[in-house]
Every structure is written in C-alpha cells, then in structure tokens.
Design a protein around this ligand. Sequence first.
Ligand code: FES
Length: 569
Amino acid sequence: MTDKKTGMRKGLTRYGDEGFSLYLRKAFIKGMGYTDDALDRPIVGITNTYSAYNACHGTVPQLIEAIKRGVMLAGGLPVEFPTITIHESFAFPTSMYMRNLMAIDTEEMVRAQPMDSVVLIGGCDKTVPALLMGAASAGIPAILEVTGPMLPGSHKGERLGACTDCRRFWGKYRAGEIDEEEIAQITDQLVPSAGTCGVMGTASTMAILGEALGMMLPGGACIPAVLADRFRHAEQTGAQAVQMAKDGSPTPDQIMTADSFRNALTVLQAIGGSTNAIVHLAAMAGRLGLDIDLDEFDQIGRQTQVLVDLKPSGENYMDDMHKAGGTGPLLRELGDSLIRSAMTVNGKTLGENIDALPAAFDQSIIRTRNNPIAKSGGMAVLKGNLAPDRCVIKHVAASPELLNHTGRAVVFKNMEDLVNRIDDPDLDVDKDCVLVMQNAGPKGAPGMPESGYLPIPKKLAAAGVKDMVRISDARMSGTAFGTIILHVAPESAIGGPLALVEDGDLIKLDVENRRLDLLVSDEELAARRARWTPPPPHPGSERGYSKLYQDTVTQAPLGCDFDFLRARK
Ligand code: FES
C-alpha cells in the first residue's frame, strides 16, 4: 500500500504505521457499504450546513442530493460531513460572534478528513464568509454553492420579504400605524419559503460577491432556493468539484487574489450591498495574507454607480434579479471596472465567463451605467476624530438631507441602556439630535451585533420622524436603511473616542467630505480619557470560546477575525 496522498490515502490518522492506518480507515468506511472501486475515486467533501434552526438552509438536504449526483456522474465519490451552521435569529449573542468558530470548524474538518476538493454550502449571512475563510486557510480546491434566496410573500396585495420589510412594518407598528393582529399576519408572509433573505441583505450580498470573487460557478448567486434551476446548478457544482479534485486546482489562494478582492469591492458598491460584507471581505482576505484598503474601497465607491434595483436601496427582490439574469449581466455592465483576468473555479477567467454569457435582454432590475439607481456607490468610508480607524455608512440607503448634519449627541452607554431609555417619554431628544450607542463593538457587546439600527424614539416616531443620524461601533443588517454610521473603530470598549462622547456634545457628519467629528476640544477629550475606565468583563469570558474570542478578536477594519487566524506575511 503506497500513500499517494489523494482520496482515502490523504491525511492518514497517525498510528505509526501508514499501511495499517489506510487498512483500518477502509475497513471502517466499508461498514457503510462502499466498494473498493468507490473508495478509489477522487473524494469530494460536501459541508452539510443543515440545521432545523436554520430556515435559510432548509433545502440543504436536497442540495446535497443534487451535488452528489453531479459528483457521481463525473466519476467522483461524494462524502458529506457536518459543520456548524448559523442562523441570524438563532445565535446568541450574535451570529458574528459564532462566525469565526464556524470558520475554524470548516478549516479543521476539511484538513482533518480525506477529501481532494470540497463543496461549501453556504447561505445565511455569516455562513458564506465563515466557509470561505475556513477553505482559504485549509488550502484545498473549494467551490461554493449557496442555498439561494427565498421567494417574496404577499400582504394585502403588496409584495414583501425578509427583511427590509420586517423593519418597515415593525417601524409602522411602533408608530401605531398597524395593530397587533396585522403584525401577526405579516409574520406569516415575511418568510414565505426556505431560503435566504430575499433583498440585498448580507446573504444576497455575500452570494453575489462569492460569484464575483470566482468561488462559485457562474449564475449561482441569485437562483431562488426552491427552483429547479438551483438544483441543476448544484449538480453542475458537484461535477466541477470532481474536475478540481482531479486537477488539484484551482485552490482558494489562486482564485481569491488581490485582483478578485478588488472586483468584489467594485461589485459591492454597484449592488448597494450590505455593510457587513466589508467586514467579511477583510476577514477572508486576511486569511490569505491580503488587506482590504478601506480608503481604496471608498475611492471605488466614488467611481461606481449603484446599478441594482433591489431593496433596501431600490424596490425589488432577489427573485427579480434572478429573472433579470443574475450576477452575469451586472458583471458585464461593470465592464472595464472589473479586472477580467481574475481566475474562477471553472478554470476560466472572469472575463471569459462574462464573454460566455447569454445575450442581454430588456429588463429593469440591473440598470445600465447610463441609468443607475444612484450615481455613486452604495457605501462611503468616513474618518475623523470620532473614528480614527474609520467607520462606514450605507449612504445610498440614508436620508439625503441628513448626510451633512450637525446635531446634539444623545448617548446610550450600551444596548441595555438603549432598551431601557429610548422610549422614555422624558428622554431629552428631538429629530435633529444624533443618537450614539457605545460598547456594541466586537469586544464590547460582544459579537458586534446588528444593533446599529437604533430605533427612532417612540415619541418621535409617533410624530412622523422616519430617520435620524445614528452612530455606533455595532453593525447593521444589510436589509436595514437610514442615516446610520457603523463599525466605528477603534470601538468604545477598548477606549476608542466613541467612549468619550457625552450627552450634549455636538457631532458633525459630512459624508461628501468623508468626515465624522466630535466637536469637543482636544484638551477636554484628554481629560475625559484620563477619567475613562473600561467596561467590566463579560460574564463567562474567563473560559472557553468566550475567552478565545475576547482575547483575540480584531477590530472591524481587520474583519473581526481572530488575530492568530490571519495569514502571516
Ligand atoms: Fe438567514 Fe437573512 S436570516 S439570510
């Protein structure tokens, strides 16, 4: 028995005798009925990210069946294995807190078990970045398949879907415009099928970026979860994984290069995508020894128009984008803004894949550059004395009249303080104030929750106020909207300037000039810093994953990955 270091011979368990290790491995797997012929084939691992907690991954069993079909038709042996899965609404304290654990799980299971390539089944927000982070570190050929978006629902003749409409209707409920009975009816319609959120939230954004990066076969990002097209794409993905297993390439580092990350940043601006994506791209790039330059991202945004008419920047749903042709027509429209030579999983360059697209047809979802949704990209990166290491705003989903605004700070010390006081009728707040929340960053919350979408105080909402300037070191759901400044770095829990803001301070937001400043003298800020003390440790953070997280999580510009997981340069 020779160890060819492929298939079943790969990564033999150490018993001190490789022949014995292979003999024992084969004996055990034969217990599931495999023949020697099957066990001699190239092995394609398939991450099973199904969980009964995760409706966004409700179709994973059928996807695995389709992927296996593709693998076997192409002469490979498919072997599924479980990894952690994460749903946004079922992860405490946050899904972001769990993302790195899923990335570690993926990396180590891919490395520990014999497989020549791996199909990564992602979907719900943090799963795609976690899988790609893990695969980037594991280093074997990997290909992404996503579960795909849910279909839109319907309420009183109006289309709706998670989760831009979740927030819109919740805002109406808080303002007293709809009652208990109606909000309950709406919960039946917001998630009308399995699949990921149907707007340009984080899941849709990461799926499209996965395709733009070259990690997914063309056309896969936007197909709804329940359509036959989705399972055909999965079958093709399985077949491609066999080719990658035989070739031993391309590996993630050959696909996710500086060029392809630049393409992803361009696409992120052009789709008006989720602010979360910039954190995830930074984490993924860090696994490969690359950095995401936030100033370059901002510059790309000034040169890139928003071309996709999907909520929350526009009006439509992922189902519409699929019918309009998916990611391909967008890539074609971006033309020379993209680096065409970037490699993709099918062994062709991005440019070659664009050239192979079907002919364009009339549609209104993916606009031309002559008729954009917005004249500049979806996101801007700000800096100033309140955010020396930057912060972001999704200005395409903000109120234009608030993009240059100076207001009085109303400060909440943490999320609990916010919950306790935001609806207090005696809260000293008006529509021109700037709502500030501290201690909601990667370490402070912990887990950098999507709580940056601070609610409008009830008394102002009831008076018709729809938007205010809001600032925090937290994140925001990609499905949310408003004049909301996020990812302030360094975060307040480690003594960033956000920690020094007090009620009544003036804060100046100037998006055109990319500034966010606290209008307080340096002397006063120095005096406040001298008095500042860090928040107490979180309960339980003295042990386990919580300790690992608290000790090693990085700030938003480095993707909130653990410092020891970034590639050494
Ligand atoms: Fe899973 Fe939105 S909750 S994609």
